[in-house]
Design a protein around this ligand. Structure first.
Ligand code: FPP
Ligand code: MG
Ligand code: MG
Length: 327
């Protein structure tokens, strides 16, 4: 579980997180087939930061933050996240996540996708128990996730601004769920519309910064730290922000990297290692970091409009975490 720097979790938040963890693990045992229990539980068992449930509970701090329905809401957010990772690892042909072989590596693509679907269905069922508003937010979020992922797959057209397109992709595939987690918590806690919108806007900016951080980790963090293969984006042809910026740098000093990225190096080859090393040392890294920092500044600006208490300090501290994280 994530520990936020400078803002230790209150007893209430810690208890909420512990109960969410138990609920999450119990969910998968409800499958009728023992094989589904194993495959749907594969990534959940591997642990993780549980950022999205924490955001649900922090969002709830803007209303009345007590009740089992908040644990349900926090569970939904992680179920959707894990389901999307089952699908993502198939699309990215990833073999390692959270320091373990991915579900697709263990059980094949079809099982990984269907167990992701099972988790998604479980999340929908819990959302239905919460009520119409949560179902609407849940389904809108999945629409944004899928559209973001589809747009990443399709790629920009010749007339599209590539940076704007990239930002739209990550707003869908990543920020949508992070923003929705905060909004769901605030909504379920009965916060007013204006507060719900503001925490959602904070989440949107944090989510964009978080995904840029993910793109940077792909290049700059060792597998032993990130739990994922280094250079996965280059290997699967995903145009992450560092890749995008490196492709746009037409200076002669950047020619070798551009050529390697354009050729699409195969993982495990010297060309792939060279591309990752060159990208890591390139100007694309500090340039991507600038875009990330700018989004964090926007997130922090939203926080200045929220009532200053423990939750706002925790959300502010999460910006520090997103700026520094290496896994
Ligand atoms: C990780 O991104 C993946 C996401 C942020 C979400 C992907 C969303 C989908 C696959 C849609 C899911 C839809 C349904 C119906 C389940 P990444 O590949 O950039 O990061 P990584 O390094 O963690 O793999
Ligand atoms: Mg992906
Ligand atoms: Mg991926």
């Amino acid at each position: 579980m994530l520990d936020i720097p400078h803002a230790p979790l209150t007893d209430r938040l810690r208890e909420g997180m512990d109960r969410t963890e138990a609920r999450l693990r119990a969910c998968v045992t409800e499958a009728t087939d023992p094989f589904v229990v194993t495959t749907a539980g594969h990534l959940i068992e591997a642990g993780g930061k549980r950022l999205r449930p924490l955001l649900v509970l922090l969002g709830a701090e803007f209303g009345d933050p007590v009740g089992d329905h908040l644990v349900d809401a926090a569970t939904i957010a992680e179920l959707v996240h894990v389901a999307s990772l089952h699908h993502d690892d198939v699309m990215d042909r990833a073999t390692t996540r959270r320091g373990r072989p991915t579900a697709n590596a263990c059980y094949g693509n079809a099982v990984a996708v269907f167990s992701g679907d099972w988790l998604m269905a479980k999340a929908a069922r819990i959302a239905a128990e919460l009520g119409d508003t949560s179902v609407r937010l849940h389904t809108e979020t999945i629409e944004r996730l899928v559209e973001g992922q589809l747009r990443e797959l399709i790629g920009p057209g010749p007339d599209d601004d590539r940076l704007a397109y990239y930002l739209e992709v990550i707003a869908g595939k990543s920020a949508a769920l992070i923003s929705a987690a905060l909004r769901l918590g605030a909504l379920e806690a009965g916060a007013g519309t204006e507060l719900v919108e503001r925490v959602g806007e904070y989440g949107e900016q944090l989510g964009i910064a978080f995904q840029i951080g993910d793109d940077l980790i792909d290049v700059t963090s060792a597998q032993s730290d990130s739990g994922k293969q280094r250079g996965q984006d280059i290997a699967s042809g995903v145009v992450s922000l560092p890749v995008l910026l490196a492709l746009e740098d037409t200076s002669p000093a950047n020619a070798e990297l551009r050529d390697l990225l354009t050729a699409g190096p195969v993982p495990g080859t010297p060309e792939h290692t060279r591309a990752v090393d060159l990208l890591c040392a390139s100007d694309a890294i500090p340039s991507a970091r600038k875009v990330l920092d700018e989004r964090l500044a926007r997130a922090r600006r939203v926080l200045t409009t929220l009532p200053d208490d423990h939750a706002v300090r925790a959300l502010d501290s999460l910006c520090d975490y997103v700026s520094r994280r290496t896994n």
